[in-house]
Design a protein around this ligand. Structure first.
Ligand SMILES: [Mn+2]
Length: 313
């Protein structure tokens, strides 16, 4: 099916149940005692490098669908796994497909299901860029999605591949240590993996590799999180919760609150203003639309949050 490109996001309901290939509330790491014993065990004179305990994630997740899409589960999908040190991924379906009678949730859900199927393939070899490339190649649904995937290896190396405006923050000692940058053709039109040849591919992904340390917090999410919550709020919120499940829920709740707040200058609204999209007050009162969305200071959207805490195991 030929569609105009780029595709704008719009507030359109869709019609399939939420799909999460693997959705534990929490993936606890092993306890500290075991890691200390292991460190001593491997501490022998022939070791040239300092002994470093294996690292893994504790993972908490929370998804809040767009208010108009609650009964259908929204158009975000995600995947988490305890494989290796932990694997996490988020895909956000591009809503503009609904204008072409295509359910926008099908593509991201199948994409995440395919990630689940091939994540342990030898050819993937713990590389999130190859992972999303192979998952994309196996996806037959019509549609498109932004996507981000990250693989934590036991040695602490976190590999990230990102196409579009899902995002990831690494928080270390109360600061943002690492942040992805959104990729977009222009405002509100992100890079996206697509069923159409004109879309982007895994080769367009922004790839990063970070050496993680115990205690690092990673926050991954769809743009529904990062368009509504500032980094300083992500830091303050995650610092208030030791439990990653509670932390993910608190961030998603904060994003939802901001998304419905007509007085909150969200990251999304500030970017809109900076790109020349500000709207006079009388248009806001009349409910005029900008790129298909009713203007408020927050941005109504599906909100997906994954919080991971790095622990030794
Ligand atoms: Mn979104």
């Amino acid at each position: 099916m030929a569609v105009p490109f780029p595709i704008f996001r719009a507030l359109v309901p869709q019609s399939h149940p939420l799909f999460h290939p693997f959705r534990p509330a929490s993936l606890p790491g092993l306890d500290d005692t075991a890691s200390k014993k292991r460190s001593l065990l491997f501490c022998v004179p022939s070791e040239l490098n300092p002994v470093r305990p294996a690292l893994s994630f504790c993972i908490g997740t929370h998804l809040i669908p767009h208010p108009n899409k609650v009964d259908r589960g929204g158009e975000d999908a995600f995947f988490v796994s305890s494989q290796y040190g932990g694997i996490i991924a988020v895909a956000d379906g591009v809503s503009g497909w609904a204008e072409h009678d295509v359910d926008p949730s099908l593509f991201p859900r199948e994409l995440m299901a395919n990630v689940s199927s091939i994540v342990e393939d030898e050819e993937v070899n713990k590389d999130p860029q190859i992972l999303i490339g192979k998952a994309h190649a196996a996806t037959t649904s019509v549609g498109s999605a932004t996507v981000i995937a990250a693989v934590l290896e036991r040695n602490g190396i976190l590999k990230i591949a990102n196409v579009g405006d899902c995002g990831l923050r690494v928080i270390r000692e109360g600061r943002v240590f690492f942040s992805t940058c959104p990729q977009e053709h222009y405002f509100d039109c992100p890079y996206q993996l697509s069923s159409e040849a004109i879309g982007q591919t895994y080769r367009d992904a922004m790839v990063s590799s970070i050496e993680m340390v115990e205690g690092d917090i990673i926050v991954m999410g769809s743009d529904g999180l990062f368009d509504n919550v500032f980094d300083h709020e992500i830091i303050s919120t995650t610092s208030r919760y030791k439990d990653v499940v509670e932390s993910a829920k608190a961030l998603a709740d904060l994003a939802r609150t901001h998304s419905m707040d007509s007085n909150f200058d969200s990251p999304y609204s500030l970017e809109a203003v900076s790109k020349g999209f500000d709207v006079p007050w009388w248009k806001k009162i009349l409910g005029r639309k900008l790129t298909g969305m009713v203007i408020c200071r927050g941005k109504l959207d599906d909100i997906t949050v994954i919080v991971g805490q790095v622990v030794s195991s």
